[in-house]
Each structure stands twice: as C-alpha cells, then as structure tokens.
Design a protein around this ligand. Structure first.
Ligand SMILES: *[C@@H]1O[C@H](CO)[C@@H](O)[C@H](O)[C@H]1NC(C)=O
Ligand SMILES: *[C@@H]1O[C@H](CO)[C@@H](O)[C@H](O)[C@H]1NC(C)=O
Ligand SMILES: *[C@@H]1O[C@H](CO)[C@@H](O)[C@H](O)[C@H]1NC(C)=O
Ligand SMILES: [Zn+2]
Length: 408
C-alpha cells in the first residue's frame, strides 16, 4: 500500500515539474505583460526617488515584490509602471507629483538599459521581446493627475503616458470612483460628466488606453459604450467571486466581451478572496471566471505588485508568474489562450487603440466654465469681470500715479 502512495506522490511531483517547464517554454517566447506595478511608488517612499541611493540598486533591492532578478525569473517582458499620486494631492500638487513619477520611470530605463527599455507603442513592446528587455510603459493612475485640463492630458501623452486610470479612490470633478458603489462617496458625475466624455474622446484621439480600474460601475458602463477603442481594467478581479467593489461585475464583463476589452486580474488578497489570506489557485479561479464570461481574449494579469500589502501564497512576488501559468496548464488552458493572457490580448487591445487614434483630428477644446462644476480650474479666456485681486492692483497703480503727479 505505502509503495503505491509514494508512487502517486512521485507522479504528482513529476507532473508539476513538467507543467512548470512547459510554462517556462511558453514564456520564453511570450513573456508576461503586466498591467500595473507600483515600484515607482516604492522608489518615492523609500528613497525619495534617488535611484543612486545605495539601497535603491534595483539588482539588490530585496524588500519589495519587484527587482531585476525577480523580473527575470518571472519572465516579465512588459510592464506598465504606475505613475501614481495619492488622492490628497487633488487640486494641489497632483500634476507636479505625477511628472516626478513619470521622470523616475524614465530614469529607471536610463540607469538600467540592459534590463529596461522605455517604449510608447505596441511595436516597441514586440521589439523589446526580441531584445530580451522589459518593455517599460507609463500608466497614470488617477484622473486627478490631469487637474481637469486637456492641455495637461496632452502634455502627459507627450511624456509617454499610454494609459490613464480615470479615477483612483476618489471622484474627480468629471468621473466617479468605486467608493460611490459602496456608499462611501457621493455620485457626482453619474458615470462621466460632459467634460469626462471629452476626456474619453481625447484619449481615443491620442491613442491612450483608457483604464477602468478603480471607477464606479456607472463610469465603467458609460465609458465602455462611449469609447471608440477597447479599454482595459489594468488591475481588477471578478466581482462574482469576491464581492468587492474594486472588482468587475458580470454584466460589465459582458460589455468587455462585446467591445474586445481586457481585464488584467489583480492579485491583492482582499480582491481575490475578500479576506486577508488567498492562494494562487484562487487567482486562477478569477482567470477562469473572466474567461468563461468574457472569453479567453479578455483575460490578462495586473498583479498590483508593490502597491498592495498582502499577496496570495504562491504569488508572493513577480518571480512567481510561471507557477500561475503552470496552474492554467493544469486547468487545460490551451497554449493560444495562455499566450493571449500573457501578452497577445494586451497587444491586440493596444494595437486597436493605436489604429483608432487620429492625430490629424482637431483636439478637444478646453471646456467653458459650466462644464467644470466642482473643479478649481481658472478659465482664463472666460473671466468676464476682472477679479478683486486685479481691481485692487489697478486701484493702487492709479493712486501711485496720482501721488507722483502731486509730488511733481
Ligand atoms: C547595482 O549593483 C550591481 C551588483 O551589485 C552592480 O553591478 C551595478 O553596477 C549596480 N547598479 C547601479 C546602477 O548602481
Ligand atoms: C537586503 O539588502 C540590504 C541592502 O543591500 C542588505 O543589507 C541585506 O542584507 C539584504 N537582505 C537579504 C535578506 O538579502
Ligand atoms: C448600462 O447602461 C445602460 C443604458 O445606457 C443600462 O440599460 C444598463 O442597465 C447599464 N448597466 C449597468 C451594469 O449599469
Ligand atoms: Zn490601484
């Protein structure tokens, strides 16, 4: 009896080894493109973005989910690095802080050219795969980073932003966030305001991917119907399996399917299992569910590494991706479906976004004041009466003129 027990154990171990080898074989040609990684936030909070700080060496960095050896071991070939600034910078220094996070991503590419290559299009990602480098792209996390300005939005595009998450965990004056669905925030735009719709049109025109992670269901619904190109959820899981409002409900997954959009699954325990502990197998359940409801073409990975405090056992850092792929092989995913989830689905969406872009089309104009309720924006062209500030300076100037005349 005991010998057959041993035999089965041996067979199981060998089969697991084989799946892991098979996963690595697939990933050598098709590495993973991950939708969301917060290493730039770690660089800010740990080292104030000083990449030359001795602890900040990305080869040796060891108290983060991400470093260069881990990226290599995980077959990560593409990464949207998050340019994230917290909601409390809204209407304050959000734009400046966003520029600094974009800058640190560019400096990562510059300091480690043998590992990272900063790219801005799908061709660049394919080229990086060929060269064995990590294609590095900028995702701006949170609509508050544009400070209700289409001019800022366009400038961020020129600095490399290739997705914009419409909100973080706060409303912008033009789009509602997921806390609205939990009753912890008031609905303001009922999805998107008029200005929010012009933001979506401008992202389409420029060829920036629209990211619906963090937004309310109404914002998801409105945007999926409005966008001329497919969209992504850069780091969200399936609501049906864990009823957290950061996740994507099934009726929205239906729209994802109809629009050829993409859900890149978040690994945060609280979104995977709705509790503090989770497993790699539960992450695979989310992948299975999205595949079942929206199709294999709608599945991707957005681990949220270095942006979360708790990760599933078996997926503790970015080096563990091949184990997740081995699990999908065990669940009978075909090689084509796996390559889709790894990279091909994101590349397809990105290419469709690029094809739908139109740089010859007239840019969206900054809106008039009425469209910007709740924002602090000054509409220079529309200031009817001069401000009190201007009036008092004018008064002072005339007094000075009078005085100087009297003195003469
Ligand atoms: C980081 O450390 C590695 C090995 O310890 C070293 O070879 C490399 O030059 C360092 N890189 C930078 C940018 O300091
Ligand atoms: C992590 O890195 C620091 C700084 O380079 C080093 O002092 C420490 O020994 C390392 N820890 C481990 C577990 O490798
Ligand atoms: C999305 O909007 C449509 C109307 O535009 C509505 O019929 C549908 O119920 C909405 N779906 C969700 C999930 O809110
Ligand atoms: Zn996030």
């Amino acid at each position: 009896m005991w010998t057959s027990g041993w035999l089965w154990a041996l067979v199981a171990v060998c089969a697991a080894d084989q799946l892991r080898e098979e996963a690595e074989r697939i990933m050598r040609n098709t590495p993973v493109i991950d939708g969301h990684n917060d290493l730039p936030w770690q660089l800010l909070t740990k080292f104030n973005n000083q990449l030359r700080h001795e602890g900040a060496n990305l080869t040796r960095l060891n108290d983060t989910h991400t470093n260069i050896p881990k990226l290599r071991a995980g077959f990560v070939g593409g990464q949207f690095w998050s340019a994230y600034v917290p909601c409390d910078t809204q209407n304050k220094d959000a734009v400046k802080r966003t520029l600094e996070q974009i800058d640190v991503i560019h400096r990562m590419c510059q300091m480690y050219p043998e590992t990272f290559t900063c790219v801005t299009d799908s061709k660049g990602i394919r080229q990086a795969f060929q060269e064995g480098k990590v294609a590095s792209l900028v995702g701006v996390e949170g609509g508050h980073s544009i400070d209700s300005s289409l001019g800022v939005l366009r400038a961020l595009y020129h600095l490399g932003m290739r997705y914009l998450t419409l909100t973080h965990s706060c409303n912008t004056p033009w789009a509602d966030n997921w806390l609205v669905d939990r009753g912890d925030d008031e609905a303001q735009s009922k999805g998107l305001s008029l200005f929010g719709k012009s933001v979506v049109r401008e992202l389409n025109r420029l060829g920036v991917i629209i990211d619906l992670a963090h937004v309310s269901v109404a914002t998801m619904n409105t945007t999926l119907r409005l966008s001329r190109a497919p969209v992504i959820f850069s780091h969200s899981s399936a609501y049906e399996l864990c009823k957290h409002r950061r996740n994507v409900p099934d009726d929205i997954l239906q729209l994802v399917k109809e629009t050829g959009s993409l859900v890149m699954v978040n690994f945060f325990n609280d979104y995977v299992a709705c509790k503090a502990e989770a497993t790699l197998s539960q992450v695979a359940d989310h992948l299975d569910h999205i595949k079942k409801v929206a199709g294999a073409g709608a599945v991707g990975f957005g681990g949220d590494f270095d942006g979360v405090s708790r990760l599933p056992s078996g997926l503790e850092d970015v080096s563990k991706y091949p184990d997740l792929i081995a699990e999908l092989l065990r669940r009978q995913w075909t090689e084509a479906e796996i390559k889709g989830a790894l990279a091909d689905n994101l590349l397809r969406v990105f290419e469709e976004v690029e094809q739908a872009s139109n740089h010859r089309m007239a840019p969206e104009e900054e809106p008039i004041k009425d469209m910007l309720e709740g924002s602090c924006r000054t509409n220079y062209g529309y200031s009817g009466a001069p401000s009190l500030h201007h009036q008092s300076w004018a008064l002072l100037a005339s007094l000075a003129t009078l005085l100087s005349l009297c003195l003469l």
